[in-house]
Design a protein around this ligand. Structure first.
Ligand SMILES: Cc1cc2nc3c(=O)[nH]c(=O)nc-3n(C[C@H](O)[C@H](O)[C@H](O)COP(=O)(O)O)c2cc1C
Length: 327
């Protein structure tokens, strides 16, 4: 096992006072959310999807860097396979950590390392983990199937975390289904160096998601999500078929999630479904548009600032101490 440059205390190396990161979420985690999380002692991350305008990117990255604290960014490997330009722009702003997930991180990972930033990758099964351990990834983010947004629906967070910790001494972060101080305590007790949290931060006041989207996440229960490719097929987004997304169940997913072959046929035959979902996204019509969120939506109350969420999650120390004193 080759020790990675980031082996040891990742949070100390990044200068964090809380072992907490907001997940890089396209459409939710812009520079304001990242700045708020970094200012609260965690690592704020900006989520960068496909087709983002360079001026938007420049603005959000400048916002993330403004507090003068370490911050990071997350990009999609399958998007970077077409052009590394968004990554070049990101690296000019000197992030501490860059996560490249969902596809082959290859050239992008080398570019991040050459720029002096740490490179992370989200892994969703044993094969992804093997790929991340092969040398060029500094930080492994195990992302269980409970998690919101795109990823795999194969292995839950806890088995994936245990597997990664058995296989490597690289720093491992845990993602998927973590939304409370109890959840943070659980993954830290197992050996994760930090918690990577999406859904709860997506509903924060600093999230760039539409207010109706945040309200829908806050109102949802743990059983109200679905894992599906239906929204991507409807919008003709070229996500690799192996990555679906976990979103809130709604009228659209109730109709199509179990019938994606018919959906593919209907989308090929007419633009009407694509037009409907695109309009629903513009109008934040949460009955028809994708609202990406994980099972921890049921633990997310909304209306909170990112600093409030970090302060609440920092209560993990109480649960760790209670567990140690009991056992
Ligand atoms: C609204 C939303 C958007 C997301 N967008 C991205 C993204 O752009 N890039 C990425 O690497 N992960 C993205 N994810 C996945 C997160 O990085 C992370 O795996 C997930 O949120 C963790 O699970 P949790 O939502 O239960 O905390 C997104 C998640 C959500 C909820």
């Amino acid at each position: 096992m080759n020790p990675s440059p980031a082996s040891g205390d990742l949070c100390g190396r990044l200068g964090l006072t809380q072992p907490l990161l907001n997940a890089p979420m396209a459409g939710a985690a812009g520079g304001r959310l990242a700045a708020a999380v970094s200012s609260a002692g965690g690592l704020g991350m900006v989520g960068i999807g496909g087709g983002v305008a360079t001026d938007w990117l420049e603005r959000e990255l400048a916002l993330a860097a403004a507090p003068g604290k370490p911050w990071g960014a997350g990009l999609m490997a399958w998007v970077l396979e077409e052009s590394l330009e968004p990554l070049r722009v990101v690296l000019e702003h000197r992030p501490a950590l860059v996560c490249v997930s969902f596809g082959d991180p290859g050239a992008a990972a080398s570019m991040v390392r050459d720029a002096g930033s740490l490179v992370a990758m989200q892994v969703g099964n044993a094969a992804d983990l093997q790929r991340a351990l092969e040398g060029d990834i500094d930080v492994v983010v195990v992302r269980g199937s409970e998690g919101g947004g795109h990823g795999r629906n194969e292995v839950a967070t806890l088995p994936l975390l245990q597997l990664a910790l058995e296989k490597t001494d690289k720093p491992v972060l845990a993602a998927g289904g973590i939304a409370t101080a109890r959840g943070v305590a659980a993954v830290l007790a197992a050996g994760a160096q930090g918690a990577w949290i999406g859904t709860r931060f997506a509903a924060c006041t600093e999230s760039i998601s539409h207010a109706k989207v945040k309200e829908a996440i806050a109102a949802a229960g743990t059983d109200d999500t679905v894992y599906t490719r239906a929204f991507d097929i409807a919008q003709q987004v070229p996500w690799p078929a192996e990555f679906g997304g976990r979103a809130l169940r709604n009228q659209f997913s109730d109709r199509w999630a179990d019938d994606v072959e018919s959906l593919q046929g209907a989308v090929a035959a007419s633009t009407s479904i694509t037009d409907t979902v695109e309009a629903a996204r513009r109008d934040a019509d949460v009955a028809q548009a994708p609202v990406y969120a994980g099972q921890s939506a049921g633990l997310t109350h909304g209306g909170e600032s990112a600093a409030d969420v970090v302060a609440d999650l920092a209560g993990f120390r109480t649960y760790l101490r209670a567990s140690v004193s009991r056992w």
